[in-house]
Design a protein around this ligand. Structure first.
Ligand SMILES: C[S@@+](CC[C@H](N)C(=O)[O-])C[C@H]1O[C@@H](n2cnc3c(N)ncnc32)[C@H](O)[C@@H]1O
Length: 343
């Protein structure tokens, strides 16, 4: 049974070690605060822990420890702030995506009649200026988000991540905040002197962080959607990136050939572009090839796809690594394969 006044009295020098031990064995009472008393520290515990002589500690009763006030989670604050019938609160989503100060929500049909009140509650707690409803994910070759504005004003925003500012219109171009670890990896993978070709750069998801953090000699950034291209140029400007050449149009026509030390293919339908990638590669190049792959094929399909394209182009190829980035759909993963192609 929990004893509400039980404490371990421990000399200061042993306090941190004992606190960790108690937490590890599940006896630390997180409902009360730890307190210093002269040369000792009082650590609240929920049950008698047995002998603590190893820590020079004793067990005592003390009513003086301050209660810890449990802080409500953001979702609890939202559930309080949203002005809808109590019976509807169980339908409120406990996940959301913040792109800069634009909030994107997936709402179940049960909330159709009170979307504005719901959006306003989330916006007030999370500090969003605009709320979009994600109605059908991301669509088409240009990867356009299918969203409807349900609250607020402008959908243009600046999203800060890893020291980079991404300006975009969250209602018109996609932004996958879930790809941050891969963006951080790519940001630091290049070396001074390299020529990089990003065949599907979007607003500069990979190209801008790479230019900021690893400063290759030049990045050619291809993008076919004029709206995304506009933000690519804008993002180069606001992040003071000069070594980037934006190329508007289909990368099969715009990407320079025979130049790349590194090629980024951050597009889940990139398979049909591998022949072009082989032409873009210089004498030796590292390829970062993305794919949406059924889980049971992760170990085989991406590698055989890339290998076949290399062999067709008369190149030798070596697999460097394969990473699973995230779940894409049930049973399907977004992966990236790194491979080195050479003459
Ligand atoms: C999926 S987005 C980039 C996403 C980004 N890698 C991420 O993880 O957040 C891919 C971009 O490729 C662009 N794109 C599609 N086909 C293209 C092509 N043939 N040439 C150039 N860009 C293309 C789309 O317009 C889109 O902006």
């Amino acid at each position: 049974m929990r004893d509400p006044n039980l404490v371990a009295v421990v000399p200061k020098r042993e306090a941190e070690r004992l606190r960790r031990h108690l937490r590890q064995v599940g006896l630390l009472d997180s409902g009360r605060k730890i307190a210093a008393r002269g040369a000792t520290v009082l650590i609240p515990i929920s049950r008698h822990p047995g002998n603590l002589s190893e820590f020079a500690a004793e067990i005592a009763e003390d009513e003086g420890l301050e209660e810890r006030v449990a802080r409500p989670t953001p979702f609890e604050l939202i559930a309080n702030a949203v002005a809808v019938e109590p019976g509807l609160k169980r339908f409120l989503p406990d996940k959301w995506e913040m792109i800069g100060d634009v909030l994107v929500l997936k709402l179940p049909r049960e909330l159709d009649g009170c979307k504005v009140a719901v959006a306003e509650g989330y916006a007030r707690v999370l500090g969003a200026k605009t709320v979009l409803q994600d109605v059908a994910g991301i669509a088409g070759d240009w990867r356009v988000p299918q969203v409807e504005k349900i609250w607020g004003g402008s959908t243009e925003t600046v999203h800060l991540a890893d020291g980079v500012r991404f300006k975009l219109d969250a209602a018109k171009v996609m932004f996958s905040s879930g790809n941050l670890p891969e963006r951080m990896r790519m940001a630091r993978i290049s070396r001074p002197g390299e020529t990089v070709v990003d065949m599907f750069s979007g607003i500069g998801y990979f190209a801008i962080p790479m230019a900021v953090h690893s400063r290759p000699e030049r990045i050619y950034a291809c993008e076919v959607n004029p709206v995304a291209f506009h933000y690519l140029e804008e993002n180069a400007r606001i992040n003071r990136v000069e070594d980037l050449t934006p190329l508007l149009g289909d990368c099969r026509e715009t990407a320079p050939e025979g130049v790349a030390d590194r090629i980024i293919m951050g597009y889940l339908r990139a398979q049909g572009f591998l022949d072009k990638a082989m032409m873009v590669a210089g004498p030796e190049a590292v390829l970062h090839y993305h794919e949406a792959c059924p889980n049971e094929l992760i170990g085989t399909r991406p590698w055989s796809t890339v290998r076949e394209a290399a062999e067709k182009a008369g190149r030798s190829i070596e697999q460097l690594q394969l990473r699973r980035l995230k779940s894409y759909a049930p049973g399907v993963s977004h992966i990236v394969l790194d491979a080195r192609v050479s003459r």
